[in-house]
Design a protein around this ligand. Structure first.
Ligand code: NDP
Length: 272
């Protein structure tokens, strides 16, 4: 069984390791490869992969919107996110596009806080790009009360809030100390930039979560760790989104996501 992830860059993708572990868990010998492609080649590469019997694909930066535009069927989740991270072949050249990023985040938050603990929470979401957009509906579905979006370019956050048209999603120009959960969905750490939140804002939060992951905590998480009760990086979200994608491809697969997360964390730490 062949699976693949399309992206650019793609050489550091951990998806092959994660899916190999899922395969091991259910006793299936699967092949999961990385495909470095370009915007011009993306559609052809996807079509070719499925024409030759591919069982499923993931899509990562910067092709999630391309994938959304290419599929013949789109899930309600992907529609809301405006982006696709999972491709499922339906036969006869038809492709379903889904988005499991938000489910992955909710899985990880529930792992960290307890299954019912998102109910009633007030969330501060930093960033208004694709990742932020993808997690809004799953967070609301999981029972959070409000999501306040703050973004470097305020007009992008305002546009997102307008698009949703829900009183539960609001925009703010700056953070105040009133949030239970803070989720960093910006790519600031990638460029080495430091996000600055007031100590009072961090101190009031129960959990500060950074979608970025790595062997070392991001500067943002390091700062948060000085004030808040709990911090976590996005490795669990990555494993969670992969798990939901895998279940779309292999219906009914029983996975132990915690076990995969532990293995992956150990692997990441070994690489330092
Ligand atoms: P986008 O490029 O779509 O959006 C980037 C966002 O970050 C924008 O809101 C942008 O603000 C903001 N930003 C960028 N640089 C800075 C900065 N220096 N200071 C403040 N804000 C900044 O990226 P994505 O939404 O796709 O991804 C965001 C992050 O989430 C990435 O780091 C990605 O790796 C991570 N991610 C993790 C996943 C996981 O499974 N753990 C899954 C998906 C994403 P502006 O609008 O002003 O440009």
């Amino acid at each position: 069984m062949q699976f693949i992830v399309f992206g650019n860059p793609i050489e550091h993708s951990l998806s092959p390791l994660i899916h190999a572990d899922f395969g091991r868990q259910i006793g299936v010998n699967l092949q999961y490869s990385r495909s470095l492609t370009s915007s011009a080649q993306f559609n052809r590469a996807v079509a070719e992969f499925f024409r030759t019997g591919g069982g499923g694909a993931n899509v990562t930066v910067p092709f999630k919107q391309h994938a959304y535009a290419q599929v013949t069927h789109v899930s309600a989740r992907a529609e809301r996110a405006g982006a696709v991270n999972t491709l499922v072949p339906l036969g006869a050249g038809q492709l379903l596009g889904d988005n499991t990023d938000g489910l992955g985040l909710v899985w990880d938050l529930q792992r960290l806080l307890g299954a019912s603990q998102l109910t009633g929470k007030r969330v501060l979401l930093l960033g208004a790009g694709g990742a932020a957009r993808g997690v809004i509906q799953p967070l609301l579905d999981a029972g959070v009360t409000t999501i306040t979006v703050i973004n470097r370019s305020p007009e992008r956050a305002q546009q997102l809030v307008q698009l949703w048209q829900s009183p539960q999603l609001v925009w703010a120009p700056a953070a105040t100390p009133e949030y239970d959960l803070i989720v960093n969905a910006t790519s600031a750490s990638l460029s080495g930039d430091k996000l600055v939140l007031g100590a009072d804002v961090l101190d009031a939060a129960e959990l500060v979560y950074d979608m970025m992951y790595g062997a070392k905590p991001s500067p943002f998480l390091e700062q948060a760790g000085q004030y808040t009760q709990m911090t976590a990086d996005g490795l669990g979200m990555l494993v969670g989104q992969a798990g939901f994608a895998f279940k779309l491809w292999l219906d009914g697969a029983e996975l132990n996501l915690n076990e995969t997360l532990e293995r992956l964390r150990a692997e990441l730490n070994r690489g330092t």
